[in-house]
Design a binder for this molecule. Structure first.
Ligand SMILES: [Zn+2]
Length: 154
């Protein structure tokens, strides 16, 4: 477990994280709940994507869910990609991504931290907040991913 404190990190998107204070194991994904239709969204949204209501309430999402679906990314994503091969340099390393369904009803698109042959639909998954890369000043930039709860599947 990394021992990173609030002043020492940035995130890929602040509105996706429940806190900017460590320890990382206490940080969850943040979302919004629509007061009109109950739709749950990841991060902050200007209006409900389901009914366009602006009666939105911030919420903290569960750290555990189930794998709903997955695929393997076998080609380097375009643009400013910084993951997969850890440093954004060298040969691309294929990785699994999936939709993790949380008890709140939302399906979160996420990198899966496990071997390529490990994902199974329905398997219990847990959130992992981790250092994706360091910016030009050396500051850690945190992102999120999910990994199997079952340690033998990691
Ligand atoms: Zn709504």
């Amino acid at each position: 477990m990394m021992n990173i404190t609030q002043a020492q990190f940035a995130t890929v998107r602040d509105d996706f994280f429940s806190s900017r204070e460590g320890p990382l194991a206490d940080i969850a994904l943040a979302g919004t709940v629509c007061g009109e239709c109950g739709e749950v969204s990841l991060g902050s949204v200007p209006a409900c994507p389901n009914c366009q209501s602006t009666a939105l309430t911030p919420t903290t999402l569960s750290r555990e869910g189930e794998l709903y679906s997955y695929t393997i990314v076998r080609n380097r994503p375009p643009g400013d990609y910084k993951g997969g091969d850890k440093a954004g340099e060298g040969p691309f390393v294929p990785f699994p991504v999936g939709l993790v369904e949380l008890p709140e009803g939302i399906r979160v698109l996420s990198v899966l931290d496990c071997p390529l042959d490990a994902p199974q639909v329905g398997m219990p998954m847990q959130l992992d907040i981790y250092e994706l890369y360091r910016d030009e000043t050396g500051q850690p930039v945190l992102s999120y991913r999910f990994r199997p709860v079952d340690e033998e599947a990691r």
